[in-house]
Design a protein around this ligand. Structure first.
Ligand code: ZN
Length: 246
């Protein structure tokens, strides 16, 4: 089975469209969305409708902190993130808000675990930014591969039989064998708001038979998204972030 794994869409219609077009020609059997469908971007309603249609067609989707903040107060978020949530909330109808509120914190498929942030406390929105920060996830979960997002920077960690966790180099666009003698944690990067200095949408392809993970980058129409962000009156910092990809 070939899985396409998408995280942190963040209301970016152009980026999500580019990723869906890219995976459409790659014989994908199932789509997984790791949360943060909304927040920051100018097209939250479109993105929720698109993901809802994917879920109706069999996709797996888990809850992100921005999705959760729609039903909550946005407490604990930074000023910019909170301003964007306050802008987003009234632009979703009750059915769209209900869809977000109904998303689970985690999902599994065979020996794979899907979670937005850290597997050890999924609702605490901990950033897995290093091998050290990945250790608690390996400790609480027996999954062979944990897929997460939230950081917006792609990363790959492995855990050997002795429990030693190490960060692995990612050859972008090349399949990485996730050898079975280790367990793995993959941070997928962001579809809609990359932060690794590359202004392109990020997502992953995982082949469960070949046991290979490919981190993909897809160019998208950044100028259009930036134009919409500015027209919406969203914070200028968000426009600059998309242009730089950081
Ligand atoms: Zn995010």
């Amino acid at each position: 089975m070939r899985l396409a794994i998408l995280s942190d869409l963040h209301g970016n219609r152009e980026a999500l469209s580019a990723v869906l077009a890219d995976l459409a020609v790659r014989a994908v059997d199932r789509i997984v969305v790791l949360g943060d469908i909304v927040g920051y971007g100018p097209d939250p309603a479109w993105c929720v409708d698109r993901v809802r249609a994917l879920v109706d067609a069999g996709a797996i989707c888990v809850l992100g902190n921005h999705d959760a903040a729609i039903a909550g107060t946005g407490a604990g978020m930074g000023t910019t993130a909170r301003a964007a949530i306050d802008w987003t909330r009234p632009r979703l109808d009750p059915a769209q808000r209900g869809f977000l509120a109904g998303l689970p914190l985690t999902a599994t498929l065979d020996d794979l675990l899907f979670v937005h942030a850290s597997a050890n406390d999924p609702g605490d929105w901990i950033y897995v930014t290093s091998d050290h920060k990945a250790m608690p996830s390996f400790r609480v979960s027996a999954a062979r591969v944990i897929f997460c997002g939230h950081v917006h920077v792609p990363a790959l960690m492995s855990c050997d039989r002795a429990g030693r966790v190490a960060q692995q180099r990612i050859p972008m666009g090349q399949p990485v064998p996730l050898i079975r003698s280790r367990r793995w944690l993959a941070v997928l990067g962001a579809v809609g708001q990359p932060r690794d200095g590359v202004a392109q949408a990020a997502y992953g392809l995982f082949d469960t038979e070949l046991n290979e993970l490919t981190f993909r980058r897809v160019p998208y129409d950044v100028a259009t998204t930036v134009q919409k962000l500015r027209a919406a009156g969203l914070p200028e910092a968000l426009a600059l972030r998309l242009m730089k990809g950081e």
